[in-house]
Design a protein around this ligand. Structure first.
Ligand code: IPD
Length: 273
């Protein structure tokens, strides 16, 4: 059984996460390149994505088990392995965030891996598997890309803001999200929908969009990217003082958060199915 240190710093956890996420991203990229032939011959597009999701998740879980046998893992495909003991590390993994982009070969899909202790995310990495772009953060240690510390957008007016969002897979939820979007789009510069929540959060962290919001996210969609955005100085929260979660996640610079929050609250963005 591998030796595990009694305590790990956020930096230790990030180093493990980055190494494992890089290998996982390479598997996702390679499987997609190989799967193109399979899709053409077998026409099983969704199976191919599912196979890649599962293969990448298995690879990550096995790597974590080898290095950190006492930790918990919450993954998108396999669910929670076990409730972590107090003080124990739980890894939160989305093996391929942006699965529809992956299916179509749009270069906006990522491996997202975060380390959490007692419900607090301490370290996270998001790696775009198509491009190799990588964002990292540790709690209190800042958010980084390519050695550059991220600080988010300086924009403070909503009508000048470029706002990213996403939609769930359920039609009834989408109908509500569409209504919210119709109310918001006249009050902002424009809207973007890239298709991978973890990357949306990282884009907001580096100011490539001014803000991001979405209802219905799962922990694996936002654990790592949420820390990147927070450490870049963004406010990451729900509506009406709630924490960010499945009801709503808004990530915006403090100067923009209030205005975006108020419009979304008025549109009942955290309501509906
Ligand atoms: C989805 C993506 C998408 C977001 C959805 C997520 P998946 O994750 O992050 O951008 O709008 O809410 O479920 O299914 O590609 O892992």
């Amino acid at each position: 059984m591998a030796q595990q240190p009694a305590a790990s710093t956020a930096g230790d956890l990030l180093a493990i996460a980055v190494r494992i996420a890089r290998d996982a991203a390479e598997t996702a990229r390679r499987m997609r390149a190989e799967a193109i032939t399979d899709v053409q011959t077998k026409s099983t597009d969704t199976d191919v994505v599912t196979a890649a999701d599962r293969a990448v998740e298995r690879q990550v879980v096995e790597a974590l088990r080898r290095e950190r046998p006492d930790d918990g893992v919450l993954g998108e495909e396999y669910g929670d392995s076990a409730a972590p003991a107090p003080g124990a590390v739980r890894w939160i993994l989305d093996p391929i965030d942006g699965t529809v982009n992956y299916l179509y070969g749009l270069p906006q899909y990522a491996v997202s891996l975060a380390a959490e202790v007692d419900g607090v995310v301490l370290a996270g990495v998001v790696r775009n598997a198509a491009t190799g772009d990588e964002w990292t953060a540790t709690r209190g240690g800042g958010a980084w890309r390519d050695g550059r510390r991220l600080t988010g957008s300086a924009r403070g007016t909503l009508d000048q803001a470029l706002v990213a969002t996403g939609f769930g897979y359920d039609a009834a939820r989408r109908a509500h999200q569409g209504t919210v979007l119709a109310g918001l789009i006249t009050q902002v510069r424009d809207i973007r929908r890239f298709g991978a929540a973890s990357l949306d959060l990282c884009l907001a962290a580096e100011g490539a969009v001014d803000a991001y919001f979405e209802k219905g996210l799962n922990p694996w969609d936002h654990a790592a990217g949420g820390l990147v955005a927070t450490e870049a100085g963004l406010t990451v929260a729900g509506l009406h003082g709630e924490p960010a979660g499945d009801r709503m996640l808004v990530a915006a610079p403090p100067a923009l958060f209030g205005a975006l929050h108020d419009v979304l609250a008025k549109l009942d963005a955290s309501g509906g199915p």
